[in-house]
Design a protein around this ligand. Sequence first.
Ligand code: NDP
Ligand code: OXD
Length: 310
Amino acid sequence: MKTTFLYKSDPARGRLWAEVFRRRAPDIDFRIWPDIGDPAQVRFLAAWEPPDDLATRFPNLQVLFSSGAGVDQFDFASLPPALPVVRMVEPGIVRGMVEYVTHAVLGLHRDMPQYRRQQQEGLWKPLPVRTARERCVGVLGLGSLGQAVLEQLVALGFDCAGWSRSRHEVAGVQCHAGADELPAFLARTGILVCLLPLTDSTRGFLDARLFSQLPEGAGLVHVGRGPQLVDADLLAALESGRIGDAVLDVTDPEPLPPEHAFWRHPRIHLTPHIASMTQPLSAAEVVLDNLECFEAGKPMLGLVDRARGY
Ligand code: NDP
Ligand code: OXD
């Protein structure tokens, strides 16, 4: 029986995946939703949002690939319990995140939001210049994105720290692990970057208690997921001066309703969830590498631990 790889996400990007599959794996029948062909032939599905009836519709499905880095959009309970789920780890999405976070951190470090406000007031007022070495940047999440971002920030000379669930070693970075080491990590962090996945343990994580442990005037770059941030607590932290400026690429919901306070807040800088995106050509190559691993019984890159939720 022929194998179908079904792609259910943006069709224009899917056509670029198809080119790579045609060249590298001509025996695989690559199809773009809703052109599913024979459902019994579908062994692999790449989706942002899989169909609700996935288990009954594709009885021979063997791997579910997320078309993005996050998997919080999946309802794990509705998926067949033994179905492997793989998140996107590919050079294009990593590069995009490195660019976005580096831009945001440099902007906060060099007081760009403040200069924009001063310009609006017609105010010519130089602020003290600090070198990167004098600024501590702390990254929440030391996964494929957090580590790549830190590598760039270390190269720029920032004093870098990271925090994750389990212990990691990252060159040039002071790594902290677990709840016990969170206070020390926060106390030294002048610019906080959130690159945590959304799970039951990270929902509402960026709250008043966490902000209160940061130094006065800290910057926030939030590129994880909107529900990790308690909006009212951020507004209060901005009001009190605990947070100086916040760069938010993710919100809850997306987009925010027109009346939401974030839209017009002078110290909140919004982008519409564009920090990074899966790049179709490099993503298809990585997925094909993973299919080879799967067929050979080897571990796949980005395999999700369903019990942990990431
Ligand atoms: P990974 O799964 O590779 O890394 C996640 C990291 O978070 C790991 O270091 C993990 O710790 C840590 N972590 C998870 N839960 C906890 C916890 N409860 N306490 C402490 N640490 C925790 O993910 P990626 O780096 O690939 O991606 C991170 C997130 O970035 C995605 O899930 C997505 O939400 C977001 N994203 C946003 C984009 C945007 O455009 N805004 C684009 C792409 C991704 P450990 O290493 O110990 O397991
Ligand atoms: C992702 C995203 O998870 O774009 O890939 O947020």
